[in-house]
Design a protein. Structure first.
Length: 275
């Protein structure tokens, strides 16, 4: 993937090192203190800033960090793509999400989250959250290396943002509240597969608009989609697969919908209601 040139997004916020103190000098007591502070105030005490030091602003993360720079380019590319597509298809302005780089634990409008949960999107604050150590896991633990595999992860979470802007997320959550656990899981699978498809739509248009893709990039993305399918993850963790507990879709489904979006490049082709 050609990512060293191109517009950098101004919406990347580097919150690494300003979350909960988990290492030397903090300990369990500091973690408990931070948790209590968050429960009472909704804010995490910042252990890394001296008095009067300003928090980092969006757009500053990539200055001295190649990986953060990569994230900034990919996010900028998604912004260009969805600005054009939403205007063309729905006649509406694309509201750009922020992407927060964090380490270990992060507070969000959706509650506290840990790096072990992987990247996620919070519809309440319109932010994507990612601990960049996930990319190392994607390569070493899941066998899905490559720039486009990493870009797919961001594009998938941005896909959830698009769902939020189009009102899909709210409609699905309303249906989930009225459903059984198995039914709610099924609705979650449809949402995740649609986000995969929307990530593919982004890839299609990125290739056309900015000529970023190189031979083998699509295969990298498909490999990543397959590596994080529910059946693959369950088999790795438990040695068995329990389909009724799926929340993201099987490896085959995730590959199918990402490929569908990539090959067709149309939002209309991302209707997963039949899944």
């Amino acid at each position: 993937m050609r990512w060293t040139t191109g517009r950098r997004s101004e919406n990347v916020v580097d919150a690494r090192g300003r979350g909960f103190p988990m290492a030397a000098g903090g300990g369990v007591g500091m973690v408990i203190f931070a948790l209590l502070a968050y429960m009472l105030t909704g804010r995490v005490p910042d252990q890394t800033q001296s008095p009067g030091q300003a928090a980092e602003q969006p757009g500053q993360a990539a200055a001295q960090d190649p990986m953060a720079d990569f994230v900034s380019v990919v996010l900028g590319d998604t912004e260009d793509t969805w600005t054009a597509l939403l205007c063309e298809r729905f006649g509406r302005t694309y509201e750009e999400p922020q992407l927060v780089l964090f380490s270990q634990i992060v507070p969000s409008a959706c509650g506290l989250a840990q790096a072990v949960m992987g990247p996620f999107y919070c519809p309440r604050d319109h932010r994507v959250y990612i601990d960049l150590s996930f990319y190392r896991e994607l390569k070493e633990r899941f066998g899905a290396p490559g720039d486009f595999a990493q870009a797919y992860v961001i594009a998938h979470e941005v896909g959830h943002h698009v769902q939020t802007l189009l009102g899909i997320s709210d409609r699905v959550r309303t249906l989930q509240e009225r459903s059984s656990e198995t039914g709610a899981n099924g609705l979650s699978v449809r949402m995740e597969l649609q986000a995969d498809c929307l990530a593919g739509v982004w890839g299609n248009h990125s290739a056309k608009m900015h000529d970023r893709l190189e031979p083998g990039d699509l295969e990298e993305g498909l490999r990543a989609a397959s590596a994080i399918g529910d059946d693959t993850l369950q088999r790795r963790a438990r040695g068995r697969v329990v389909p009724e507990t799926f929340t993201h879709g099987s490896s085959a489904q995730r590959v199918q919908w990402f490929r569908r979006g990539f090959e067709r490049g149309r939002i209309e082709d991302c209707d997963t209601s039949g899944e």
